[in-house]
Write a new protein. Sequence first.
Length: 435
Amino acid sequence: MEYRFINYGYSSELYFSLFSRIPEFLIGSLFSIILANGKIKVSKNINPLFLSILGVLMLIYSIFFINENTLFPGIIALIPCVGVSLILISPDNLITGFLSNKVIVYIGSLSYSLYLWHWPIMAYIRYRNGVYEGYQFTFIEITFITILTFVLAWASYTFVENTYRKLNNKKFLVVISLVALPLVTLTFFLVKMTKGKEIPYEFKMASFGTNSHGRDTVETIGSKNAEYSNIFLFGDSHANVLKPYFDFIGKKYNFSVKTLTTDSYPAIENINETEIPSNELTFYNKSRKLVRSTQCEINKNDIIIFNTIAFEHVPSMKSAVEYIIKSLRPDQKFILIKTFPILDKNPLRINRGVTKNSDYKFKILNKVSNDKAVEELKLKYPNIIILDLSKSSVFRKAPYIRDTLIYYDDRHINRKGAIELAKSQIELWKHYKKW
């Protein structure tokens, strides 16, 4: 259970961690202890065919039941590892005989090269398509990936693995030096050559108000000499990217806004943890640490502004927001934002630059659950104020405005986008105190 606990919610970070994968490597050591001359001893109580069948069943289970929501690496990772080990240690039987087929043995000899090549090929195709999470390869792409992976695996196995394996130490050092030197030199010059072509920081990620995002630090934006300062903005990353928006408007109308935001899940109570996918728990757990600070700011300020995209995938989010609305004082105002549009693909990856460089027709995705939750809350609590960003003219040609990107990925506007949005709604805030 401790192994599972260490991994819980941190699968992305631990996937490449040697420490987290040690139990999987140790399986080989464990099985070697019970082996005799490389094979398990056959006795009346141990049937080699049974062991192989059990191993195959464990692999079949892994194929169908280990997915992106599984806590991996973790206890579950031991199932396929033990399954493979059982097959490897079983003496000659029907299954091991089949696996000893020359074709399968040759594929096995390519396996490490196949492993090394398949991931960058798949990652590159995802990147070119501007989608990462949840992307499903087409049949043509699967065919292309399979063929290219096998061709490159064969080439690297034949001309690299086999060639270098046969060299003595002296020749190996000479050859590797001749290969490494130009590669290191090329890498050095590539960094210099591409430096001037880097995409500016503010166009590729949230770049403003980051000290109050995911940290227990309340940041103040807007006018430095504000005549009104009892405003608090909170929520998830959709609130975070609006900080330039409120900074611009605050400076225009001489007010300031305190901010505290988190990734993926707003720092509020009553979010049901069972609704959070295991690979998202790290964000959820971090947000829990800021619940008290968020509630403290809600209590201290008069105008409370909230934005989230989480209505879309967290059913309990609506009731959690309701709890906040019902706990407000009569003199407090609650501004609920109907957030900006999201896109079907990452425009920065499709466009590969800040200025429009692609004819791809981006699709605006419907935020049905999110918009519905906002409208239902307005019907139930007529006194709350809805700030609808989704219908702004800024998004008419999203993700561009005057051929410049205003999104840094498919779900978030960049700093320029937030400022352009503020300019389009500047008159709306002229009488904000009377809302």
